[in-house]
Design a protein around this ligand. Structure first.
Ligand SMILES: Nc1nc2c(c(=O)[nH]1)N=C([C@H](O)[C@@H](O)CO)CN2
Length: 121
């Protein structure tokens, strides 16, 4: 299964369950693995035949600006749905981290896989 990668994407968004978190933005970092078949794009050297990691990264930035969820779980789930619908991603793995949320941890967060892996593995 071929994959397009986005690693360490930094996002500033309103996120958190506590009152003090509702009036500030906080940094999230996102790692994404997006299943796709890169062979046609590579054959023709043609961006339109693959997942454009630049366009996807920009769309994620807009998503982060437009929403203000309480839970990182909600952010991840809703973003996964969007990526599958808007970009036709059949399978993805997303790791979303909230650095600094817990004093003695480098980061906390969630990791999810959604969709069907091409080839069924
Ligand atoms: N599983 C989760 N636990 C917690 C979350 C969350 O989004 N998912 N959020 C918080 C607070 O917002 C925290 O990040 C503030 O430091 C607590 N636990």
């Amino acid at each position: 299964m071929d994959q397009v990668l986005i690693e360490g994407l930094e996002l500033d968004t309103v996120i958190g369950v506590y009152d003090w978190e509702r009036s500030i933005t906080q940094r999230l970092t996102l790692d994404l693995v997006l299943a796709t078949d890169i062979r046609a794009a590579a054959q023709d050297d043609d961006l339109s035949q693959t997942l454009d990691y630049d366009a996807i990264s920009r769309r994620i930035g807009v998503f982060a600006e437009e929403h203000s969820f309480e839970l990182v779980e909600t952010f991840a789930e809703r973003l996964a749905e969007l990526l599958q619908e808007e970009f036709g991603v059949p399978w993805l793995k997303m790791t979303l981290r909230k650095p600094g949320a817990v004093a003695n941890a480098r980061a906390v967060g969630v990791s999810i896989e959604r969709g069907q892996r091409p080839g069924g593995h």
